[in-house]
Design a protein around this ligand. Sequence first.
Ligand code: NAD
Length: 499
Amino acid sequence: MPRELNHFINGKNITGKSGRFCDVYNPNTGAVQAKTPLATTAEVGEAIAAAQAAFPAWAAMNPQRRARVMFRFKALLEENMDELAALLSAEHGKVIDDSKGDVQRGLEVIEFACGIPHLLKGDYTEGAGPGIDVYNMRQPLGVVAGITPFNFPAMIPMWMFGVAIACGNTFILKPSEKDPSVPLRLAELMLEAGAPAGVLNVVNGDKEAVDALLEHDDVKAVSFVGSSDIAHYVYHTGAANGKRVQAMAGAKNHGIIMPDADMDQVVRDFLGAAFGSAGERCMALPVAVPVGEDTADEFIARMIPEIKKLKVGVSTDNDAHYGPVVTAAHKERVENYITMCEAEGGKMLVDGRGLKLQGHEDGFFVGPTLFDHVTADMKSYQDEIFGPVLQVVRAQTLEEAAALPSNHQYGNGVAIFTRNGRAAREFAASVQVGMVGINVPIPVPVAYHSFGGWKRSAFADVNQHGPEGVRFWTKVKTITQRWPEGDIGDQAFIIPTMG
Ligand code: NAD
């Protein structure tokens, strides 16, 4: 019997009341292992009320004390790393090491948030006019929300709530209904770390819960990560309702291989970045663009035997390169794109469709797939596939290669592999993509920088975590003050610029 998951509201696990559920699978076996309750608008309202009640005291707490909660939370993440990784792997299908990486990258944002007293310091100008000083402060927004995708159930919630809560906001997390157990566990650990009840709430749900957050007057900001059409919907609906919104979205990242690249590194990096985590990463590298026919031929010749050696296995298999994809529906979507690419004229070199793992025949496994001679007019190239599929698009010059990511609808990440510093520098400066790797296949910025793509990869003016995260989760107040001697009523105010 699948176990029924809860919401986490006001410091307590709460049974869902809607009678509506989403199945959570064991992607290794295909069996339903749990049921996620899908919240009603009223249940979301209860979470918002709890967060609203917790806000004044949390916002008023001095930032060192809020930082101490984050320090304890970081220690609890380390202590519970194995449990969190096992839980994550069992619902998502990532192998255990990859699941630990998911928790670790979130933990690094918590480390960043531990520095919040320093990060919230304002600016001060003494003597902006005669006896006039100007200073500013960053204040929390109030109750804020995060809506997260299935593919990083630990890291992405922590990108958001780690910074938002440290800044003094109280938080409603609406995680993916496909793998919500880690987000629920993170909320329990935050309570254990000393965050008062109501500071971090988790409501599970689908569109109804998202709409309830987007429409409620007490929710001041919404951070979203997921697919582009829904990101766009969240962005404009939230903005129409007067909220601050950042909505990070889909991707199709290109890796450009120059003729002078270190081909050993290129092959190793593409095996990890195209197929790791079954390609279910927004910073995966599903398009290779070798420059010149010789580079392309060498890349293909070196990749084919390595791809054939990749071990696809259950997520608990320490030797497996990657595990199953998240659901049967996602497996079907990826396999349909493989069929589409073949029909569009892509040259199939390795076909991952129809993979059955012995003893796990109903698991959601997709084998690694390689296509050559893919072109920019193919729909399978234009769309995000989000599976273990690598498409090679041949280019004759760096200019032609760089135009591919620059003209693509998505602009999340891009990588260039070369020994030529000048070419790399010019490419990095001109390419129309938000995050660039130079001999780095997955250029996810470290926690104290900020994460965000361009074009249909992000509907946002301010990026995730790092300094931009602090800006997103706070509002600036600027104070101009003077303390004249004597009766203040006798003294005309002098505008500082005229003083
Ligand atoms: P998704 O868009 O299906 O779901 C994301 C969130 O939106 C979930 O919480 C879901 O419950 C909610 N949602 C689903 N349907 C909705 C609707 N109709 N209205 C309102 N909310 C709805 O995305 P996913 O499949 O969970 O995640 C994969 C996608 O996320 C990929 O496109 C991937 O590229 C993207 N992603 C982007 C980044 C980034 O930072 N750019 C990072 C990770 C993942």
